[in-house]
Design a protein around this ligand. Sequence first.
Ligand code: V47
Length: 364
Amino acid sequence: MQEATEESALINIREKVLHDKRLTKEDGITLINCNNILFLGNLARNIKNKKTTDYVYFNVNRHINLTNICISRCKFCAFSCNKDDSDAYTMTVDEAVKTALESPKNMTELHIVSGLHPDKPFDYYVSVVKALKKELPNIHIKAFTAVEIDYFSKISSLSTKEVIQILKDAGVSSLPGGGAEIFNTEVRGKVCPRKATTKEWLDVVRTAHKLGLKSNATMLYGHIETLEDRIDHLIKVRELQDETGGFQTFIPLPFHSDNTELSYIKKPTAVENLKMIAISRLMLDNFDHIKAYWIMIGPKVAQLSLDFGADDIDGTITEEKITHAAGAQTDKFIEKNELIKMIKEMGRVPVERDTLYNVVRLYE
Ligand code: V47
């Protein structure tokens, strides 16, 4: 009886999706409890194909983490440390520029996120951006999560709007999607009590979008949140996208627990990761792009996810620290040709993009 009810709920969901009707929270809960991953994959792939045809996007980018010293010390984070820890580091402006210059040929994007440093003033971050822009004027700087911007506002006594405007004038052209974690207040209070609240994260992003900066959104899943929390998170992101239209891509991030305070929790499985990609695609009907972050789900599952609704596999990265501190077994860097091969093997057309999804080159 229960099976028959579930089946009719899934048929109803399929009809809605195929007729471009928005899914409700209840639909989301049905999907996340559904173990028929081929059903989820088919439906999500259908939407991906409608939105971005055979194209699968990637870029040539480099991650830079200016400091790992962080006052937030979230329970899920293995990257952050205290000022007096032996592996603590903070780059000078010159070191940040030197790191950026050690980048792959034809790089189009620098992705910069850092810890919430107890002493560095907001001016330091502005100086880094200005120096990078001076040395690499054609590179798109995607920098600072909503959490960092909220923190800059608190340490500088400027409004978040002023902070964003100053960063934009210095050379920041979009925001990455990190720091969203999980929006459920109780869970957020347990895993990251000292960082921007859900409201603060959403407010900063809203302000950035209003100031003309695009951004991404993420969700960290597979820790202590419930399946319902995940669906609620997707709906909050969807509501803000209805309001601003400023999000480019959504990236579900599976929790890696090594060296964290939650190290007893096992990493989500491949099936769970594929399911989260598909459900993100189905719930986020107002997003053009869903990213399969190969660093966190692994290149093999990232490749499969192209049949589960993803249309972006991120970039070459060059040097990844956050997930590797938490036990990621993937490489820290991938060659562009490898990304192209992964996409082609799935019968798709690799599209090298810039951060704003302008086509740099098609590999047909
Ligand atoms: O904000 C931290 C998450 C995020 C762990 O915008 C962890 O294009 C798993 O946001 N296990 C940083 N995840 C990564 C990020 C990102 C990555 C790629 C592309 C983009 C984009 C954004 O990683 C953090 C946090 O949510 N995180 N610790 C961990 N142990």
